[in-house]
Write a protein that binds this ligand. Structure first.
Ligand SMILES: Cc1ncc(COP(=O)(O)O)c(C=O)c1O
Length: 404
């Protein structure tokens, strides 16, 4: 079939000067990528083979399990969901999920499910949760309580107990983060569930936000349980973090029964309106599928292991250089005192107060990290700062204070 409106339009409206601008942007992005160590976005695949799909109007509008007759990748989206449902131990015959625009939408979906279950629910999340939790509480007009976190980013269990007790039996929706954004701490679902059992809590909905660690720790036998082997209700993770899709996206998974909110019929588009946004990007599904096809469980497990190993090795290396570092077990986020502004900017470190972090996801190489450290050592004045030989390590309390 010869159908090619694109070429006609492209001849009619040529690229002219934009070509140069694109080339300049491409070179700049390549250069910046080689110094991108502060945020958790893997560089896994170039997705070149999907380039030609950019011309199609791919829209996975509505429910992936009720696709319309249009151009969509819902069947591929379902394959992606099945793969992750299996890895995360959801019953293959009774789960539901979809590919979202990112983790915020995915978390919001989980919380909406909780609210559907309990009208009067209060939303609970820790102060180290991602800032989108405040936004979600605001948008959904949910009453909320913030649970304290320790200075290393971990959950303060005493604060959780006090918060739950103060609710006096009122139902709640609890968001637990498996890999907090700044410290990479794991708010441990199993321990929390045991605690809730001891407190005789029955009416709650537990959402696990595993934005970064979800697809990483799936493969680790030693890491704390966080998936559907536990009686959690909904779980989400990002596609553009460990899995490295260039288009931000997320995955949310849930038990299909007993809750499935807003099952409106989107008659006009021929689907069911079960998702938060109506039109949905179908390229993300293709990318997530390609990652699974090319890497498979083994490849993903290998990369996750390499990422954790690099985190461990570079932690030692920084400590040997006199830099106090915190890294949680099973984590690939290293937190340390913020270096000079110029260095932090060049290496695109995520910074908060006096601290900064880097993340050893695939695409961040030992060479990059060593160059970063060499530059830091060379740029540091000899008489001050954490690298100073006369000041080999800031004591732990000083290091941890103010880390939030
Ligand atoms: C733990 C956690 N949850 C949620 C989010 C929000 O993700 P998104 O930007 O995809 O909405 C992030 C982003 O960094 C995160 O680290």
């Amino acid at each position: 079939m010869r159908y090619d409106p694109w070429s006609q339009h492209e001849q009619r409206f040529p690229l002219t000067a934009a070509h140069k601008q694109l080339e300049a942007l491409r070179s700049q992005f390549l250069e910046r990528s080689a110094q991108y160590i502060g945020f958790p976005n893997s560089r896994l695949l170039s997705f070149r083979e999907l380039g030609d799909f950019l011309r199609f109007n791919i829209n996975n509008i509505g429910d992936p399990y009720h696709p319309n007759a249009g151009i969509n990748t819902c069947h591929i989206e379902r394959d992606v969901l099945s793969f992750w449902a299996q890895q995360l131990h959801l019953d293959p015959d009774s789960f539901w999920g979809y590919i979202t625009n990112g983790s915020t939408e995915a978390i919001m979906y989980g919380i909406v499910q909780g609210r559907d279950r309990y009208d009067e629910a209060v939303l609970l999340f820790s102060e180290e949760s991602h800032y989108c939790l405040h936004k979600i509480a605001h948008l959904l007009r949910l009453p909320y309580r913030v649970i304290a976190s320790h200075s290393d980013g971990s959950l303060d269990m005493e604060s959780l107990i006090a918060t739950v007790r103060a609710l006096q039996g009122r139902p709640f929706i609890l968001n637990l983060t498996v890999g907090t954004t700044f410290h990479g701490a794991i708010e441990p679902p199993q321990q929390v569930l045991e605690l809730l059992e001891r407190l005789h809590c029955r009416e709650f909905h537990l959402h696990v936000d595993a934005a970064l660690y979800g697809p990483m720790l799936t493969w680790s036998e030693q890491s704390p349980l966080f998936d559907f082997r536990l009686p959690i209700h909904t779980l989400s993770f990002s596609g553009h973090k460990f899995l490295g899709t260039p288009i931000p996206c997320g995955v949310v998974l849930s038990h299909r029964d007993p809750i499935s909110p807003f099952q409106g019929s989107a008659e006009y588009v021929g689907s069911l309106d079960t998702t938060l946004s109506c039109s949905r990007d179908g390229l993300s599904a293709l990318m997530l599928w390609l990652v699974i096809e090319r890497l498979g469980e083994l490849g993903l497990a290998e990369l996750a292991q390499e990422s954790l190993q690099l985190a461990e090795d570079f932690t030692s290396r920084m400590e040997h250089s006199g830099i106090p570092v915190t890294r949680h077990a099973h984590g690939c986020i290293l937190v340390f005192p913020k270096p000079q502004e110029e260095l932090a900017r060049r290496w695109q470190l995520a910074t908060r107060g006096d601290f900064a972090h880097l993340v050893t996801v695939p695409g961040v190489t030992p060479e990059m990290l060593h160059t970063f450290l060499d530059e830091w050592i060379r740029s540091e004045p000899r008489s001050s700062g954490p690298l100073s030989p006369t000041k080999p390590g800031i004591d732990d309390t000083t290091t941890l204070r103010g880390m939030r």
